[in-house]
Design a protein around this ligand. Sequence first.
Ligand code: 5BU
Length: 459
Amino acid sequence: MESKKEFFLECYKLGIIKFGRFTLKSGIESPFYVDLRPLASDPKILKNLANYLLEMLPLDNFDLICGVPYAALPMATAMSLESYIPLIIKRKEAKSYGTKKLIEGIYQKGQNCLLVEDVITSGKSLVETISEVEQEDIKVSDIVVVLDREQGGKQLLESKGYRVHTLFNISEVCDILQENGELTENEVKRIHDFLQGNHIEFEDKARASYEQKLKNVQHSVSKKLLEIALAKKSNLIASADVTTTQELLALAEKVGPHIVALKTHIDIISDFEYEKTIIPLKELSAKHQFLLMEDRKFADIGNTQELQFKSGVFKITDWADFVTSQVIGGFESLDCFNNVGVVAIVGMSSKGTLTTSSYREEALKITLSHPNVIGGVSQSSIPEEILLFTPGVNLADSGDGKGQQYNTPEYVFKTLHSDFIIVGRGIYKSNNPEEAAISYKNEGWNAYIKSLKIIATHN
Ligand code: 5BU
């Protein structure tokens, strides 16, 4: 098997820990959130996990294995399959009919059972589970836990005489992630402060308003975007990921009055003709007062980007008000976009993206210093002197089954201090795109207004 650290990083890729601001069941706000259920969906990882857990244990001691429902059930099952120790199943609640049994499976009184738990925090729910198992005259001496949040649970159980074996704890996990560029030193320090019960400040300082930003921005496209936002009371950019000219123009006509910009992927239009596609689109943008954002995501050397921008059938330079570009080609690769605004891709919304915190840090340096850049696309906050555009917004879904991960408007304005939300399928796939655009516009605007009012800090 690979090293424990490599194994953890494999697990981390499945999205089991998130950093930010989360309200726990107890009402306490935490700078990180753990959910190990995704581990069960990767058979190789689950099998390896079972073996890592088994390796730590005095296996001869146990007659039975039992997982604490629900997250640990597949883990306990995998451990049973790997070790041939029989599995029993504990119900969350006793059946209200029939046998009213709390424990299912074959066991005898007096047998010793290993309890398996995914995450231990205060340990209170484990104490309850243990007492329920013990009420069935099954002995519990050892508990094995995948991740210890280091918030007193291990000590509580040990004080009651149980042995607690933990595979990972949050401190070592933070160290691994820092080493790997996923967390900064400051972020790790905050997590340690939180774990030690110290007061930590969540950045809830009031954000800059569009009026304030309008005074500070230099680029004419930034100014236009902010002016339209204020005039329409909208921070919505509709992503028109449709594939025919007719659909594109119909969508622009319907949502035009409610948006600040229409985002295109012009190369997915199958019947593209400059005259028939772009000319009427330009007319609609003038009629309904929205800008055109071509989401080309340039990612080449300057010379090639310039050709892609100015030549070919699309001639983006002639009609787009602003474009998206990766910054992977370096500072000078952005020089060619000098008649439009550039939105730099700092962080992506898709699962497993390679835009780690160290990449984002470097990308931001270019983003902040290049005069053509008006803002960035990111899923984390960026300095307020530029505009933040956030895709991956949907009111109904949390993902699309293809790696997209969605947030709500409330989250992106309050936590990330976004300036503009980008909504694709939430609008163009809706039965009534105009109504959907109006509701995203209102949700977005209300979330923005609310985010202006947050001044208090939290404990
Ligand atoms: P959706 O249908 O709302 O998921 O569409 C989102 C749009 O934003 C789509 O056109 C993507 O190409 C674009 N996008 C994104 O979703 N996430 C990113 O990180 C970047 C762009 Br960069």
